[in-house]
Structures are given as C-alpha cells and as structure tokens.
Design a protein around this ligand. Sequence first.
Ligand code: NDP
Length: 296
Amino acid sequence: MTEIIDGNEIADRIKTELEVCVETLSDHGVTPGLATVLMSDDSASETYVNMKQRACEEIGIEGRHHELDPETSSDTLEGRIEALNENPNVHGILVQMPVPDHVDEQTILERIDPMKDVDGFHPENVGKLVTGDPQLKPCTPHGIQRLLAATGVETAGKDAVIVGRSNIVGKPMMNLLVQKNNLGNATVTTCHSRTNNLTEKMRNADIVIAAAGVPELIDGSMLSEDTVVIDVGVNRVDADDDKGYELVGDVEFESAVEQASAITPVPGGVGPMTIAMLLYNTVKAASLQENVDIDL
Ligand code: NDP
C-alpha cells in the first residue's frame, strides 16, 4: 500500500513544537520577529508572503511586512534591508523572490545579515551547509529531510536522484543528503536539463526528488517499484474552472502512485513544510541572536 505523505500533518506537528520554543523565548523576554519584504505585483508572490505572515501569527512570531513599489531603486531596497539588519526586534529577514529585473538578486541576498538569513541563501550560510556545519538551512530542502524522517524513510546508503539544480532547491538538497549524518549518507545524483537518460537515472533511484518546474515531467513508467517520490514542483496549468488554472506537480501523481512506496501530493506535500521550516529558522535565529538555549 503506497503511503501518501501528509505534509500538512507533519508541518502542524513541527509548528506545535515551535510554539513551545516561542514560549521559552517569551519567558526570556524575547518575541521572535520575521520581516518579509515584497517588491513585486505578482499575485503568486503576494499569496506566498501572506501565507508566511499568517503562519507566523499562528505560533506567536511577530510578523512585519514591508512592501516596496516594483519601480523602486535597488539602493532603496538595500537601505531597507540595512535598517532591518540593525533592528534588534527583527531576527529573520525574507525578501520574496523574484525581485524586478533592475535589481540584482544575488546582491540583495548578500546584503542580509547571515544571522538573519532565514532563507539560508547567503553565501556564508551556503558555505556552512556545504562543509557540513549548517547555521540556517534553506527551507524547502530542510523540510524535505524532515518529511523523509517523519515518514521513516532511511536515507543512509540509498540512491537519491534529484531533478533540478537550482540554488534554492536542487543544490542544497544534494548537499544535505550527502552529509555524513543520520539525515544524509545517501548517494546523490543531481539531474538537470542537460542530463542524458533521465529515465535510466530514475529507475536506479530509491528516492526521487523532483524540482524541475515542469508539469508532470516524471510519470510512473520512469520509476522502479517502491521508490519514495518527493514532488517539489508547483506549476499552474490551465483548467476549465472559475480560477482558470490548477496546480500540478512535476510528477504525474496517478501513475507514480502505482509504483511508489511513498509519495507527496501537490498541494499538501512539500509546500507546508517549506513554511514550517521558515518558522523554524526564525525561531532558531532568535535563539542564536538572543543567546537563549532552546531545544531545536
Ligand atoms: P528553477 O527553474 O530555478 O530550476 C529548475 C531546475 O530543473 C533547473 O536546474 C533545470 O535545469 C531543471 N530542469 C528543467 N527542465 C528539466 C528537464 N526537462 N529535465 C531535467 N531537469 C530539468 O526552479 P526551482 O528550483 O526554483 O523550483 C522548481 C519547482 O519547485 C518549481 O515548480 C517551483 O515552483 C517549485 N518550488 C516549490 C516549493 C515548495 O515549497 N513547494 C519551493 C520552491 C520551489 P537547468 O539548470 O539545466 O536549467
């Protein structure tokens, strides 16, 4: 029987644990604070930021939302980040990507104080992740590690195939799974648009993590029996309903579920974990900055 991995349920458990940590911080006079910065009119970006702010409220993190006109200069955005870096009530800073074309994304990521970098994208945090001493891990790959652990999927000695090599999902996922620890120790193959024989790589996999951003790229015929399938993809495709679109993953669920031993749905799989791990990073950042020892 294939296990459908319930990301909402696992994320709720993590949020309950984090609520206890927030109470401990509060006993020390600390309220963790997360600043989100949006510089876009994109409706999906607005939705993501709102979801993150709502999740903060749920567990007692103080959310502060900043909106900048998409025409604003990069200097203004950088100035805003500088002010947030200096603000002792702000423990985490998240600039919602993408930023407009006239703003260099990497410059912005590097302006954020690495201790407040709750996305885990600053080069200092990337370096620490690669060397096996992570400070703040990127939320989506960290969430996937926690999903695997909560589902009882052993990664040690397993062949993991990641489809996608982005800086936010594929590469950090590769680095986390290959680490010498109890959530790693996997043998990792990272695929991308120039990979030959993708199907052959899939068939050798015990664990497939699909993060290509291509609707239903992977179907059941490409998978071996008993593969664990984690679908990161969130793709809007046209639909004949009021909204005019529906969300599908990078995996064709109906055929993949026949082969998989466990699989995440879209929505309700990886997405809620990404938000839970953002809250986790904010609480962790607050505990590090305020020198409060909490069990995370
Ligand atoms: P990017 O577009 O940055 O990266 C996509 C990667 O997939 C690239 O490395 C690309 O290769 C590779 N790729 C594209 N087409 C193929 C193909 N046909 N075969 C093999 N590899 C391919 O995407 P992201 O990493 O930002 O996101 C991936 C997906 O995950 C998206 O659908 C996104 O919406 C979703 N997402 C979901 C999150 C969640 O919380 N659920 C969080 C973050 C992302 P190349 O490098 O050669 O171009």
